[in-house]
Design a protein around this ligand. Structure first.
Ligand SMILES: NC(=O)c1ccc[n+]([C@@H]2O[C@H](COP(=O)([O-])OP(=O)(O)OC[C@H]3O[C@@H](n4cnc5c(N)ncnc54)[C@H](O)[C@@H]3O)[C@@H](O)[C@H]2O)c1
Length: 468
């Protein structure tokens, strides 16, 4: 079949794979190729067991793979043959040298730019899909300037706003698509080319076009705002625990204000995932770079509260279980950083498990999708750790359960059956506030939610009211 357009995506990860699958599905007359340096990933995309778990993804892959969607290891050929190139490589935080732990590590991005330059003999539109610091397009253009022959490059910024766990829904029906371009004739022409792709299924009023720097910055800011809401409600959950206010009631009351809204107002053990922390770190790094340390400090506090929330959770487990965890069996229900994904990058479960094991607890980890990744994250721990997908088998014989991921499955568990199989007194630490606390308490559990009074069968001395 002769295709109308040919698109390449460099980087076959959580963003590159699903995003290109959606484009291929919605534009059957476009040929879409996804390439990656990681050959195992490409093999997995070409197999039955996809490297990314996302509800609905497998169905779209089935409809498109081998027809107009291809996964390939041949990056050079891909660049040479395609005129529209998305770059969706990883942009982690630097772990070495200057800016370690703060600055973005742009080595993958830069390598890609050089590869594009070396393998291009015709003009191309290069699209930043990765999340990048504002002004990266300028660096990209510098690398691409000495192109061979008459080849010219137009760089666009098209940051991705999908959320893992709902990626397909988000891609099919996005709140908005953002495209940043230079305000030149060639910039606007390239922008229109990309608008035409999305306009196949996204209403035109949801496709926003801006200048390229606004687009780059907007993505960092969107993630920073989302993370900030999580830290804001979590900070209040700590105050609720001291005052007998209930965080769910406070969230509801606050969120019903239409100026505030009710999304991202659920207290829990804090955010994880590969993006929020790194994007805030990079935003703060940029602020410092541009001589704005006060702004950098403001955003860094969002990360500090996130870490504090996890520490509070661990301290609560420790102190509630009589200040010793040695030899006690604790079941972690949920290791993914959120439900409906197998992704464990920056999952709070990693830190919490490590702390529990350091206290010589015997930890069993259960998760419907993330056990493979959990085992990789904890590969250096050889003792006192077990993996068991079945939550009933995982909890049997345990002293305590810690719910760390908001999987639907955990809301529906038979806690009476679980309680019977556990060592008594049985503890339940609900790090996501997803189960019926009153019911679990009545079954016999000592229940410790986030931002609500603990429900314990032991006698607790109540703190008296504040003296004014
Ligand atoms: N994961 C998310 O939810 C999400 C959402 C929006 C935006 N983003 C952003 O999108 C970008 C990609 O994120 P991801 O989660 O898909 O990362 P990922 O690590 O899952 O995938 C990146 C892929 O790029 C490949 N790669 C690196 N250098 C390469 C090169 N030179 N040539 C070919 N392939 C190369 C890696 O092997 C990897 O498979 C990041 O900038 C991230 O911040 C992520």
């Amino acid at each position: 079949m002769k295709f109308k357009k040919r698109i390449l995506c460099i980087g076959a990860g959580y963003v590159g794979g699903p995003t290109m699958a959606m484009i291929a599905w919605k534009c059957p007359d476009y040929r879409v190729t996804v390439v990656d340096v990681n050959s195992q990933r490409i093999d997995a995309w070409n197999s039955k067991e996809l490297p990314v778990f996302e509800p609905g993804l497998d169905k779209i892959i089935k409809k498109t793979r081998g027809k107009n969607l291809f996964f390939s290891k041949n990056i050079e050929k891909g660049i040479a043959e395609n005129d529209i190139i998305f770059v969706s490589v990883n942009t982690p935080t630097k772990t070495f040298g200057s800016g370690a732990g703060k600055a973005p590590d742009l080595q993958y991005w830069e390598k890609t730019a050089h590869q594009i330059l070396e393998n291009s003999t015709s003009s191309k539109i290069v699209i930043e899909k990765s999340t990048l610091p504002v002004k990266t397009a300028a660096a990209m253009e510098k690398i691409l300037t000495p192109a061979k022959g008459k080849a010219k490059f137009e760089v666009l910024s098209n940051p991705e706003f999908l959320a893992e766990g709902t990626a397909i829904k988000d891609l099919e029906n996005p709140d908005r698509v953002l495209i940043g371009s230079h305000e030149t004739k060639s910039g606007r022409k390239a922008c229109q080319e990309l608008v035409n792709i999305y306009a196949r299924w996204v209403p035109r009023n949801k496709i926003i076009t801006t200048n390229i720097w606004s687009a780059e910055l907007s993505k960092l800011v969107a993630n920073a705002f989302l993370a900030q809401r999580v830290s804001s409600i979590n900070s209040i959950s700590a105050l609720c625990e001291k005052t007998e206010a209930d965080i769910s009631e406070v969230s509801r009351a606050v969120g019903m204000d239409s100026r505030i809204g009710n999304k991202f107002l659920q207290a829990g053990i804090g955010f994880g995932g590969s993006c929020f922390k790194k994007d805030i770190l990079h935003l703060a790094y940029l602020c410092n770079y541009y001589g704005l340390p006060e702004i950098a400090n403001y955003w860094e506090s969002v990360i500090k509260i996130n870490e504090y929330q996890q520490e509070r959770f661990i301290t609560n487990i420790f102190s509630s279980m009589f200040n010793t965890l040695t030899g006690k069996k604790i079941c972690i229900l949920g290791f993914a950083f959120k439900s409906n994904t197998g992704d464990t990058r920056e999952s709070p479960a990693i830190h919490i498990t490590r702390k529990l094991v350091a206290e010589h607890a015997h930890v069993t980890i259960s998760d419907p999708q993330a056990l493979k990744n959990a085992a990789l994250d904890l590969a250096d721990i050889h003792e006192n750790i077990k993996y068991e997908e079945d939550p009933y088998r995982a909890t049997a014989g345990c002293h305590a359960i810690a719910i760390l991921t908001d999987w639907d499955l955990y809301k529906k568990l038979d806690f009476r059956k679980i309680y019977k199989s556990m060592t008594k007194p049985a503890f339940l630490f609900d790090g996501r506030n997803i189960v019926d606390h009153k019911k679990c308490f009545e079954i016999g559990f000592n229940v410790y939610p986030i931002g609500k009074p603990a429900m314990s069968h032991f006698k607790i001395k109540k703190k008296s009211t504040i003296s004014l």
